[in-house]
Design a protein around this ligand. Structure first.
Ligand code: FUB
Length: 686
């Protein structure tokens, strides 16, 4: 892709220079991937992240040459992180080569099922295969070792949806839609593949009298209405849709959503809601060198009409509005950007990808970077098997103001990583351009970058993150698709907190991935403050991680919070399990789906005491924290009194007279309470 894009871009730039001396055009989000040609988008929202699964069109091919499926993710809808090839077609040993057509991924019970179109080696037509993974970005394994449906030349473009009653449906097909009811295991089905009766009322009529439906269905439900979107009208395709009161019809044709445009004779769509916004994904041929066999995935935001119909959506170069600024004081992977010219991505020895094949003049653009009160230092992890080059840091356009230049030395290898830094001067919010310069040939690779300075939160010694929400969400997002916004309506400290709303389950809350600063097997201290405005709520601060194929949850701390009262959840010296991968911390509730606020979320090295006794809620007398007061609490209190308490909450519960320390009198009070000679402790008697 790089050469195609660069040579086309160079030609365009030369032509532009010949015609005018206007500055380089500001590049926007669409198409959202420039490092390769991508097609057949399938969005998925999971754990507060927008994932875009795509097909992959080979450079320069004159037909569909599609070797694998890729995945990109975003939490702001403008900067996208490249996760690379998450499923090569070769995973399906029974499938041919370069036949990796449209696919869709869905999550069920913590597993990710990717339904794909391939051509089996043994012939007979195309077929639907299914791969399964424990994480949205794989690794995926072939679940069956054979097709789930097919072979049959009509069986392409699977779309999957799990209805409210738990029944999963797989629709697919060209030139007719088919569906099948998946079993709960998601890798087998009941009944037979059913061909949908394409009535003119259900699927419209083309000029020649045939139906509008062609291929690429996208099936989902919104409220009580079921939607089937699809590529329609023959070549060039547009996107049209039908709706139904039930999952299998009867369908009513609703018209065209996206008219044909954009230099690709096919189109293929997906729709998803994310953080209260609705997004429509599609493909066109809009990159340099683009056409019907070199397509590119794009995304637009839209609003449903009040009656549930979908408005006409036009292709744009700008894409959706950025949901939140990017925080430059956090480590950002170099393969996360809004636009690039000339670069490629590759697997990185440190995990994930790095940007690579960088030549003189190439750049990446990171959209909407909030430097706040200012940054004074830029640091990046770089590697070079040649003599390196320079990273020019510019703002607002590719040839915009230079805020610093970072020298990159040779490091004796494309994966021999070394941190380099330079002084910068910048404040406020800007688009950041990293322009790479040097001699001829490949210069260097970049794994990650970050800034530091006055705008960055000042971390006390040992503190690895401290999220106050005063100036950003600081990498926290909604767990399970809920909304998380900064709010000034309530806060534990400062003037802002994170407000979590739109929950439908207790497990939904606010989540953050643990960075490489947190190592499995090591101990760390974690703390969070939480408050539910309306209801007494039990909160949990929880660790989520994967171990082999399993996703595991471990409570760091739990606490009851009386309505409207901020409480602290605190786990000093909490050990991360050995071999844990993909670690997240999150705040959830024990039950219910009420809105809540979170603030002062902290992760620190072991030995850091994060407890703030005045914010720790503890029921007096309930020393063993089981919600009841019994003789076991007295045993626990005696043990703690003589040997020390295992948690600040236990010690606070043992302090039955509430004077701030546990003395013999507290134990006497607890004993008197158990014997019935007092019915409340001094605190509650006041
Ligand atoms: O990408 C190959 C095929 O082109 C897809 O399966 C169809 O939906 C069309 O986009």
């Amino acid at each position: 892709m790089k050469k195609t894009l660069r040579s086309a871009a160079a030609l365009m730039a030369a032509a532009a220079l010949a015609l005018s001396s206007a500055p380089a055009a500001a590049r926007a989000d669409n198409p959202l991937v420039q490092t390769s040609y991508t097609s057949d988008p399938a969005p998925l929202v999971y754990d507060g992240v927008f994932y875009m699964y795509t097909g992959h069109d080979a450079d320069g091919a004159k037909d569909y040459v599609m070797p694998d499926w890729k995945c990109f993710s975003s939490t702001d809808m403008q900067n996208w992180t490249d996760h690379g090839t998450i499923l090569p077609e070769s995973t399906f040993a029974w499938a041919g080569e370069n036949s990796a057509w449209a696919a869709q991924c869905i999550e069920r019970d913590g597993k990710f099922y990717m339904y794909v179109t391939v051509v089996p080696k043994n012939g007979g037509g195309r077929a639907i295969g299914v791969a399964v993974a424990d994480s949205p970005i794989g690794p995926f394994k072939d679940a069956l070792g054979k097709p789930l449906c097919g072979p049959d030349w009509a069986f392409i473009d699977p779309t999957v949806f799990i209805d409210n009653d738990g029944q999963a449906y797989l629709y697919f097909g060209n030139p007719n839609p088919y569906y099948v009811k998946l079993n709960k295991d998601m890798i087998s089905y009941s009944g037979s593949v059913t061909k949908v009766d394409m009535t003119p009322e259900g699927f419209g009529s083309k000029a020649d009298g045939s139906r509008m439906y062609v291929e690429g269905p996208w099936f989902y439900r919104r409220g009580d209405l079921y939607y089937l979107l699809y590529a329609a009208n023959g070549i060039p395709e547009n996107i049209a849709y039908s709706t139904a009161p039930g999952p299998t019809g009867p369908w009513t044709y609703r018209g065209v959503i996206m008219p044909s445009e954009g230099r690709s004779f096919t189109n293929h769509c997906g729709i998803v809601d994310y953080e209260g916004h609705s997004y429509f994904a599609y493909h066109n041929g809009d990159l340099p060198g683009g056409n019907g066999f070199q397509r590119s995935v794009c995304v637009e935001e839209f609003t449903y009409n009040a009656d549930g119909t979908i408005p006409t959506i036009k292709m744009s170069k700008s894409g959706p509005a950025q949901l939140r600024p990017l925080d430059p004081f956090q480590k950002t992977e170099a393969e996360c950007f809004c636009w690039e010219e000339g670069i490629e991505t590759e697997s990185c020895s440190e995990g994930g990808l790095n940007i690579a094949n960088i030549e003189n003049g190439d750049y990446i653009k990171i959209k909407g970077v909030d430097f706040g009160d200012g940054a004074d230092t830029f640091t990046a992890s770089v590697a070079s098997a040649t003599s390196g080059g320079k990273i020019e840091l510019r703002i607002d356009k590719a040839d915009g103001e230079l805020i610093g230049t970072c020298d990159v030395p040779g490091t004796d290898g494309w994966q021999s990583w070394q941190e380099v830094s330079t002084q910068v001067e910048v404040s406020g919010q800007h688009d950041l351009y990293m322009k790479f310069t040097g001699e001829s040939g490949f210069l260097f690779n970049v794994d990650w970058w970050k800034f530091s300075g006055a705008g960055a939160p000042v971390l006390e010694e040992g503190v690895l993150f401290h999220s106050t929400f005063e100036r950003s969400l600081d990498s926290w997002s909604g767990r399970g698709g809920v909304s998380v916004e900064r709010s000034a309506d309530a806060f534990a400290k400062g003037e802002k907190s994170a407000f979590v709303s739109g929950r439908t389950g207790a497990w939904q809350g606010v989540i953050r991935k643990l960075s490489k600063d947190f190592q499995p097997g090591e101990s760390y201290s974690f703390s969070a403050m939480a408050m539910s405005p309306e209801e007494d709520t039990k909160f949990h601060l929880t660790l989520q991680y994967t171990l082999g194929e399993d996703v595991i949850y471990k409570k760091i701390d739990s606490s009851l919070a009386p309505a409207g009262q901020w409480v602290q959840l605190c786990g000093n010296d909490f050990q991360l399990p050995e071999d844990a991968q993909d670690m997240y911390v999150y705040v959830e509730t024990d039950e219910g789906d009420e809105d809540f606020y979170a603030d002062e979320l902290i992760g620190a090295v072991s030995g850091t005491d994060l407890a703030e006794p005045e914010l720790i809620y503890a029921l007096p007398g309930d020393v063993d924290q089981n919600g009841r007061i019994s003789v076991f609490d007295l045993i626990c209190a005696k043990e703690g009194y003589t040997e020390g308490f295992s948690s600040p909450r236990r010690s606070k519960s043992a302090d039955t007279d509430g004077n701030g320390e546990v003395v013999l009198n507290d134990l006497v009070l607890l004993q008197r309470y158990l014997l019935g000679s007092i019915s409340a402790f001094p605190d509650s008697m006041n």
